[in-house]
Design a protein around this ligand. Structure first.
Ligand code: ADP
Length: 420
């Protein structure tokens, strides 16, 4: 392309001007080449982004979509024009199972607020609504982008329908295997108890020690099998909720009684405060047993000798601030606090994840399986409550479980919960 330059009168024969014109034309050509290169790069970027099998969104400060690749458009069945000047929350709504996640808790919001990367995997039970209102299981990474005036965060979504199907069949297998294991384990339990009680004749001290070992190991196996069974129910969505009138105080008393052996061995002080108002509760006893057993046994396990464990159960109004959390509904708050090992800062994000155990306690206690808190959180959320904690390494931990004060609502399914 050539540049036509109109010169003022009397300049036609000026050699310096001719040189200038030539230079201008050269510069102009160079600029056109750069523009062409830029366009080419843009086209390349577009091809690359559109060939990525994961959905990619970029948003600005106000969460307005500034980029969406073709997979993102396909995933939400929208066109490029649909995304123009749209807020990401108008297009992408997340669900944890079937419960909508509030905008403030969306992965992008959290990534921006924390100036970090948030990664959610199959274990986080994240879903979006696809075409025809169906739920699509999703893995998601949202990353904060620093030092860019146009892009504040980038989010990558992956449809994990296949992985979810495999996970479901694995859960079904675990459920089946655990069911089958329970019968022989129960037989070992009864028979070892009978032998220990001398029902089959007198036993020597040596035999008694062996039988105690068998009984204890078998007890741990039963606990693991029950935990696995409950995890498979939670994951398969087959956990039923059957509320009945019960006493939270009696439940916490019986859980503490079951732990008497270890409490005494460690010389722990257990303090219980139960407000009169919560004497009767409409709750699923089996679900609550799992919650109480895990929270209280963790406090006992992860507190060294001579420590203190405090259990309180009180009624709290909607909007009240409890241990840094504002209650969203009138609740019965179960608080279990200890002055034990605490949870290291770097482990706090993952503590409710299935099989996760913090490094500081793994050496102290090798019997844990990392399923307890996953179950506690899943079950509390299933019955309409919430759980949270605060902890300082070396100082102690406080777990709070808020249960709906109005009681639990019956929910279907076809299998019940196993307590430890
Ligand atoms: P487990 O106790 O079998 O390891 P959980 O799922 O109940 O599994 O707990 C997961 C992890 O959370 C524990 O391994 C431990 O690292 C941490 N944890 C839970 N409760 C406490 C507590 N009260 N004090 C310190 N760490 C705790």
């Amino acid at each position: 392309m050539s540049l036509k330059v109109i010169l003022p009168n009397g300049m036609e024969n000026d050699k310096t001007n001719e040189t200038k014109i030539a230079e201008l034309e050269k510069n102009h050509q160079a600029m056109l080449n750069i523009l062409e290169d830029l366009k080419e790069n843009e086209r390349k970027d577009e091809i690359i982004f559109n060939s990525i099998p994961d959905a990619v969104f970029a948003v600005d400060e106000k969460m307005t979509i500034v980029f969406a690749n073709q997979t993102a458009l396909d995933l939400f069945a929208i066109t490029r024009t649909d995304t123009l000047a749209k807020n990401i929350n108008d297009i992408c709504v997340f669900y944890r199972r079937e419960t909508k996640i509030a905008e403030k808790d969306s992965p992008l919001k959290k990534a921006i607020a924390g100036k970090k990367t948030i990664s959610l995997t199959i274990n986080d039970d994240l879903y979006i609504r696809g075409q025809g209102e169906s739920f699509i299981p999703i893995a998601c990474t949202a990353s904060f982008v620093a030092n860019n005036p146009h892009i504040r965060a980038v989010m990558v979504l992956r449809d994990i329908t296949k992985e979810r199907e495999i996970d479901t069949s694995q859960n079904e297998l675990i459920s089946l295997a655990s069911h089958q294991l329970r019968t022989p384990l129960t037989a070992v339990k009864w028979n070892s108890e009978m032998l220990l009680a001398g029902d089959a004749g007198a036993i020597s001290e040596e035999q008694k020690a062996c039988l105690n070992d068998i009984h204890e190991s078998n007890k741990r196996m039963i606990e693991l099998v029950n935990a696995l069974l409950n995890v498979s129910r939670v994951d398969l969505g087959t956990l039923i909720v059957e509320p009945e009138e019960m006493s939270l105080k009696d439940l916490s008393d019986s859980v503490v009684t079951d732990l008497t052996g270890i409490i005494k061995a460690k010389n722990l002080t257990v303090k219980k405060t139960v407000s009169q108002k919560v004497s009767k509760y409409q709750g699923d006893k089996k679900i609550l047993t799992v919650i109480f057993q895990n929270l209280i046994s963790n406090a006992v396990k992860y507190t060294p000798k001579d420590g203190t464990v405090k259990i309180t159960i009180e009624q709290k109004a909607k909007g009240e601030l409890v241990s840094g959390q504002t209650l969203q509904q009138e609740s019965l708050v179960v608080t279990v606090s200890d002055n034990g090992y605490g949870i290291p800062e770097k482990d706090k994000d993952k503590i409710f994840t299935k099989l996760y155990r913090a490094g500081n306690v793994r050496e102290i206690d090798d019997a844990g399986n990392g399923l307890g808190l996953y179950l506690v959180k899943s079950m509390i959320e299933r019955v309409g409550g919430t759980v949270w904690f605060s902890s300082a390494e070396g100082k102690g931990t406080t777990f709070c479980a808020a249960l709906p004060a109005k009681g639990m609502i019956k929910r279907g399914g076809h299998v019940k919960t196993e307590s430890k």
